[in-house]
Design a protein around this ligand. Structure first.
Ligand code: SF4
Length: 390
């Protein structure tokens, strides 16, 4: 019974995130009359949008369901895939129900895409959300606050509800709750990865960038309770790995299933980081706008897209491996992803120093063939099982 319900929840999540026509967003708009604003990976302050009555909608590319016809003309062949599929979706009209798009500052490709968007869709809100790389309150904090105020003003101009402190506080509470459930699921997967297959967690997290937060909380909570209670899922002799590098363009679901079938338990990953970008619940006392700023400055995840000052790159990955009780690292980055691939040698230096085995491969969101990756990941998992600790 519970197995059926788990399947139902995961299938509905997969259907939601694969639906390029955004039917659930259209239905929400019809019901509420509110605005819907798309956002790209990695992080935007969804609390702010929610507080102004706006539905934040995660646009994570076209995956393996979309044929790219016009998108390729916008980017050179040595650029990753996600901007092409996003442009394709825009030009194809699939994103027409969105009232705008937010492009968080993570790399030059996204910056360029935000410029193209302004050019192609002048009637829509198109905002490059700049974020600080200085983490002092006086400098980076003030800068980020001014960005948030500008975003508030932009949304108001488009007809969103005026900014209200108490509304933001209430929205922060909701997103704190969602973040808490996602963190609980990550903790459960670290402890008992057979209970929370990564392919399931991935589908649920992707859909949770599209569902209204209230609905996402209900569904993810139910899933958490069901998998906790499910006794039919039992452990297998798989290698525990951390998957690093897939923070922006998301891998196809088939790739994740392939890795799990090849003998790997993925016990930590970089997928859909918007739910976990701020690593703890935001303060609900005091000024809620300050809470958003402070969360970004002091409690955001370490990421190749974020300046890490004097710290050694890769140290955080070693910590993650240790916290997850992982036996190795799979570097799994999108082809041509500069932030991921430029960081990788430094991360490798750190994990090698710590004696952690690793292997690396690349993907594109529209990959359909996984045989080579299956063999590579399978061999890696076998070698861990056979020789680690020898
Ligand atoms: S996949 Fe990498 S290079 Fe491409 S847009 Fe995302 S962060 Fe930038």
């Amino acid at each position: 019974m519970s197995a059926n319900r788990i399947l139902e929840l995961v299938e509905s999540a997969e259907e939601t995130y694969r639906d390029m026509s955004l039917a659930s967003v259209k239905a929400w708009k019809e019901k509420t009359g509110g605005l819907a604003i798309g956002f790209m990976p990695i992080y935007v302050p969804r609390e702010l949008l929610h507080a102004q009555g706006v539905l934040p909608v995660g646009i994570m590319g076209g995956g393996d369901d979309l044929e790219i016809i016009r998108g390729d003309a916008y980017y050179q062949s040595y650029i990753c895939h996600i901007p092409r599929s996003t442009i394709e979706l825009g030009l194809g009209g699939q994103l027409d129900c969105l009232d705008g798009m937010l492009f968080p500052a993570i790399c030059d490709v996204i910056r360029n895409l935000s410029g193209m968007w302004k050019f192609e869709f002048p009637e829509k809100l198109s905002r490059y959300l700049d974020v600080p790389q200085d983490f002092t309150p006086e400098m980076g904090g003030e800068f980020y606050k001014s960005e948030l105020l500008a975003l508030i003003a932009d949304l108001e101009k488009r007809g969103a509800r005026p900014y209200d402190k108490e509304a933001l506080r209430a929205s922060i509470r909701l997103f704190n709750e969602l973040g808490g459930i996602v963190r609980d699921l990550y903790a459960l997967r670290r402890a008992s990865p057979w209970k929370v297959p990564t392919a399931e967690l991935y589908c649920l997290q992707r859909a949770a960038t599209i569902w209204p937060v209230e609905e996402a909380i209900t569904i993810l909570r139910e899933y958490h309770e069901l998998v906790l209670a499910d006794e039919t899922r039992t452990p297998m002799d798989q290698a525990r790995v951390v998957l690093a590098g897939s923070f922006c363009e998301q891998p196809p679901l088939g790739l994740i299933k392939t890795l799990e079938r090849s003998g790997c338990y993925i016990v930590d990953d970089d997928f859909i980081q918007v739910h976990r970008w701020i690593t703890r619940s935001l303060d609900v006392e005091g000024d809620p706008l300050e809470a958003l700023v402070n969360g970004f400055l002091f409690d955001a995840m370490a990421s190749p897209t974020r300046y890490c000052g004097d710290k050694t790159k890769g140290t955080e990955l070693v910590t993650r491996v240790e916290t997850a009780g992982a036996e190795g690292v799979l570097f799994c980055a999108p082809s041509f992803c500069d932030p991921a691939l430029l960081d990788q040698p430094m991360a490798v230096a750190s994990i090698e120093k710590a004696g952690i085995p690793w292997t690396a491969f690349r993907y594109s969101e529209n990959n359909g063939q996984f045989q080579v990756i299956r063999e590579q990941a399978g061999t890696f998992a076998d070698s861990i099982k056979l020789w680690s600790g020898v």
